[in-house]
Design a protein around this ligand. Structure first.
Ligand code: UDP
Length: 212
């Protein structure tokens, strides 16, 4: 469609294309470490193929493409039941239940507030950059630290529980974007801290839970 309409095309790619990364933090030049038939492979390989297709259309057909590699993002309007860590933890914390830690909680993620992400994507769209650009918040935290922060910010006294059986071998151990290219090309970096972003997200989930 982009070719037929001579439209600009932006691919929403993902940090998941790096798989369980052996390079840390992840730069765009890293090719990734992906199990081709692991539990996440349908997603990982589909997104990797989407990048391949996008670049092929750019190189061969001259389509005006952009590729953003989105790292863990959160904020209001996430689905309460989507199973990801922010809705799970906020639902549990606001219901005064213990937070479920999968594995031992030593795995890391780097959470970006949605407004920061949107600003980064918008700047990329308006730029001339065809190669992939990481957009995410480089502040890295273990899931255990994150759980404690959520309990503190919500005043949840119920603590945490470990669910080691929920952990699969395909859960990436570490994830942190290197955003040097975004800083250079887009003059972009995130502005909203994890604490601030969570405080902005809490009222939304309070509202959703009250309406159940
Ligand atoms: N996680 C957790 N408890 C939950 C939900 C997720 O400990 O109730 C962990 C999960 O194992 C992973 C991390 O939090 O290590 C982020 O999970 P999510 O599904 O949000 O995103 P992704 O794994 O795609 O980064």
């Amino acid at each position: 469609m982009a070719r037929a309409n001579q439209a600009r095309f932006l691919l929403a790619s993902t940090s998941e294309i790096y798989g369980d990364p052996l390079e840390h933090p992840q730069r765009e030049s890293y090719w990734g470490h992906v199990d081709p038939n692991g539990k996440r492979s349908v997603y990982d390989e589909a997104k990797r193929f989407a990048e391949a297709l996008t670049m092929a259309y750019h190189r061969f057909h001259g389509i005006d493409t952009r590729i953003v590699r989105i790292f863990n993002t959160y904020g209001p309007r996430m689905h309460l039941e989507d199973g990801r860590v922010v809705p799970n933890f906020l639902k549990q914390a606001l219901n005064r239940e213990p937070l479920t830690i999968y594995g031992d909680g030593s795995q890391t993620r780097s959470f970006c507030y949605v407004d920061d992400l949107i600003e980064g994507i918008y700047r990329l769209l308006l730029s001339d950059e065809h190669d992939p650009v990481n957009i995410g918040n480089p502040t890295e935290t273990t899931i255990l630290e994150f759980a404690h922060a959520i309990n503190q910010l919500t005043g949840n006294p119920a603590g945490i529980i470990y669910q080691p059986e929920q952990r699969t071998e395909s859960d990436p151990q570490r994830r942190q974007p290197d955003i040097t290219r975004a800083r250079q090309i887009l003059s972009w970096e995130p502005r909203i801290s994890m604490e601030e972003g969570i405080l902005r997200t809490i009222p939304y989930f309070e509202q959703v839970l009250a309406a159940l």
